[in-house]
Design a protein around this ligand. Structure first.
Ligand code: GAP
Length: 441
């Protein structure tokens, strides 16, 4: 099995990530987090919030509705242009993302090709579908999921599940300005669900149809964006490293004009070397005043910011760091996963490890050890929250089980504990064991 297959298998076996609706045969592009995955996700998103909101004085948070007035997506350009190239197998009707089909066929620099150029490649190379059938006409496919709001289902009631959390920030920009009076530059962050009807979800959670985004819109004076842009790139690199992503595996890609999203004047994608290949982990985009300008035009409401002191009025420009939780979790798991002989270890940074520690009695059949271990367990749980209890099998097996899910340390209560109040603490990475007083664990 490949490393990626081993990681996917570990995620399922140990309760990190399951295929969505698995009991009914699954639903492509959807994933469910199990008990350990839910904790990891909370910890990762918590780290984002602590780093980029709580510990700064220029950042605020919002938590906006997922279903928004459809005018949001008309003004933002998503109704007209949020689409991927699609091509159909004319025999069995299966649909494929045309650019992925070309990449899989070994075509270079697919990202830079226009729709017409991609079609030309298909014709020149006489490309067939993966099932060996003729391919039909290509067209653009809008990725937004539609739904209806209210009891009547007609064109008037159409709404969309948000394809990015960003618009929930832009539409609340004025509310934040009018209630908080922040000095420019300032930023608004949001963490939440986004939905995209991807033509071909793939590579585990990397390309999902439902996923979480952690996004920041940083509002600034247009004259200052370049310096701030560089600072955001540096801050994100620092954060990614703190989550265990090796510097050598993250790469800045200056996205060329032809490949940038319709709203961006400059974008740096931070790519990560996944076992499946180098691919976009996150993007940092200079969105100019594209979104606030559109909202002002479409709503007729002023999006101007009055600069304190000078009373100068301007529409702020925006720098947008945006990262998907699933892509980050996948990068974290791939970075932390180590096979050392027959030992599998997730070397997760302590801050994001699901369990902070595991407590167990040395022997399960000694009531006095079990009672003392339970006392220690209760104490640790109160102090650290998510703490594991394990009294199954021998101590070596317990260590292996905890190594595999990234628990940084195992605390073992033995006969000496009953005498002097010390426990054995075993470190996940070095496997070293030390004796520590219970109160000092
Ligand atoms: N607001 C800007 C925006 O949404 P994007 O590049 O389309 O920009 C931002 O998406 C990030 O969201 C990506 O860098 C990636 O981390 C994550 N993302 C996008 N599509 C995804 C998908 N189908 N599955 C998982 N994550 C995705």
């Amino acid at each position: 099995m490949s490393i990626m297959e081993n990681i996917v298998s570990l995620c399922k076996r140990r309760g990190f990530i399951f295929a969505g609706s698995e009991v009914y045969g699954g639903l492509a592009g959807t994933w469910d987090y199990g008990p350990l995955g839910a904790m990891l996700k909370r910890n990762v998103e918590g780290s984002f919030w602590r780093t980029f909101v709580d510990s700064r004085t220029d950042m605020y948070g919002v938590d906006a509705a997922i279903i928004m007035n459809p005018k949001v997506w008309e003004a933002s350009g998503h109704v007209a242009t949020f689409a991927d190239p699609l091509i159909e197998d004319v025999v069995n009707g299966k649909r494929y993302r045309l650019d992925h089909l070309l990449e899989d066929a070994g075509v270079d620099d697919v990202a830079g090709l226009t729709m017409d150029e991609m079609v030309e490649v298909v014709q020149k190379r006489k490309l067939k579908s993966p099932d060996g059938n003729k391919l039909g006409e290509a067209r653009m496919f809008n990725m937004m999921f539609t739904t209806h709001v209210g009891p009547v289902q007609d064109d008037e009631s159409i709404a969309y599940l948000r394809p990015e959390t960003a618009q929930g920030i832009f539409t609340n920009y004025k509310n934040v300005v009018d209630t908080i009076y922040p000095d420019l530059p300032f930023g608004i962050a949001q963490v939440g669900k986004a939905f995209r009807n991807e033509i071909s979800p793939r590579d585990f959670v990397f390309r999902s149809r439902e996923f979480n985004q952690m996004e920041i819109e940083y509002f600034c004076d247009p004259g200052t964006w370049e310096r701030l842009f560089e600072a955001w790139v540096a801050d994100f690199h620092k954060w990614l490293e703190s989550l265990g992503l090796p510097k050598s595996k993250t790469h800045d890609l200056e996205v060329p004009d032809a490949d940038r999203a319709f709203y961006s004047k400059r974008t740096i994608d931070i790519e990560f070397d996944y076992p499946t290949g180098r691919a976009e982990l996150m993007g940092i985009a200079y969105r100019t005043d594209f979104d606030l300008g559109n909202i002002q035009r479409a709503s007729g409401k002023s999006m101007e910011y009055t600069v304190k002191g000078t009373n100068e009025k301007l529409i702020p420009h925006v720098i947008e760091p945006s990262i998907g939780t699933e892509r980050l979790i996948m990068a974290i798991l791939c970075s932390a996963y180590v096979e050392e002989g027959d030992r599998v270890v997730l070397k997760l940074p302590e801050e994001i490890a699901p369990y902070k520690m595991c407590v167990s009695p040395l022997l399960k059949n000694k009531p006095e050890l079990v009672a003392k271990a339970q006392e220690v367990f209760a104490k640790m749980k109160k102090k650290y929250g998510f703490v594991a209890w394990d009294d199954n099998g021998n101590i070596g097996k317990r260590y292996r089980r905890q190594d595999e899910i990234g628990t940084p340390r195992c605390v073992v209560v033995d006969f000496q504990t009953l005498e002097d109040g010390t426990v054995t603490v075993r470190d996940r990475d070095t496997m070293e064991q030390v004796r520590v007083e219970i109160n000092k664990v």
